[in-house]
Design a protein around this ligand. Sequence first.
Ligand code: ZN
Length: 333
Amino acid sequence: MGIMQLFKQTSGWLYLNSSVGRNQLHGAGVILMLHRVLPDDDAADLPHRNELCIGTQAFDHFLGWLSRHFDCVPLMDILQPTQSPTKRPRVSLTFDDGWRDNALHAFPVLLKHQVPASIFLSSDFIGSRQRFWWESLGETLWGSHGEEARIHLIESLQQAGRPLPAQLHDANEQRRSLALLRFLQSLKTLPPQALSRLTDECPAESMPQALDWQQVRELENSGLVRFGPHGASHAILTGLDDRTLAEEIRRSRDALHNGCQRPLPVYCYPNGDNDARVRQQVADHDFPFALGTAAGIYRGHPDPLALPRFGVSQRVARNPQLLSWRICRGARA
Ligand SMILES: [Zn+2]
C-alpha cells in the first residue's frame, strides 16, 4: 500500500471516529453511486472494470463496514426525512443502469446485511437484449469473447476512425487494462449511432446484460429495493434537442410507472450530465429530485435537481476508509 493511500485511510478512520467528524455529519446524508457487482473479485480489480464493478466479497466487506458506521436508509429517508436525525450519519446506496447482476449478485448481499438500495433503470434495456456499448466493446477488446471477435472489432474501430492504441497490446495485464479504460473513455465522443453500430459488431453474451421486469418486480416486492429512471436509451441528455429530450424523459418515466408499483420521484442523469435546460425538463415531468455524479454530502441541498453522490469503486469497497476520507473532504468543501 502506498503512503498516500495509508494516509487517506488513517485520516478517514480518524474523521469518522472523532467528534469533529461526527458533528459535521450530524443530520447529513451520504448518497453512494454503484453500478455492478461481479461474482469474481479478481475480475473487478482490473482497472477497466474497477470504477464500475465491485466483486461480491468486496461488496460484502463494504456493507459490513457501512453498517458499523452509518444508518443505512432508503434514499427517500435522506431526501424527505420523516424522523429527526440519529447520532450516526445516514447513507443510501444507488445503482445506475439496471444491470442483471444487481439481482443475481448484489441483492443477496443487500439482503444479508438488510441494507436498502435504489436502482436507476435505463428503461429501453430492461427486459430486452439491448446492450450497453462500453461493456460490449470493452469486454470484446479485452478478449473475453475470443480472439476472432476482438480482431473483427478492432477492424471496425479502425474504419470508424478510432484505431487501437499500441498500449492495448502491452504484455502486462494491468497496463493493458488501464489503456483499455482510457480508450473506452475516449470513445464517449463518438456519435450514439456509431457506438450502437460498433456494439452490434460484438458477439452476443449468453445472458441479457440488463434486468428484466420480472426481476424488477421481485426486487421491489422484497421491500428492500426501489426503482427510478436513468434515461430510456442512456443517451447523454445535454446533447439532445428539446423534442428528443422530452421524449427520452417521458418514455423512461412511463416505463417505470408501468413496470413498478412505487417508482421513485427521483431522476438519475446518464453519465451525470445535466444543465439548466435538462433540469427544467426533468422538473416539468414531475420529478422533484435528480441525481448527478458530482461528489458531495447532502444536507438539504440548494438544488434538489443536481444532488451529489460519491462513487464506489472496487478499490473503495476493498478499503472503505478511502470513502470516509472523501466524505471528510466533501464535508469541508
Ligand atoms: Zn449509466
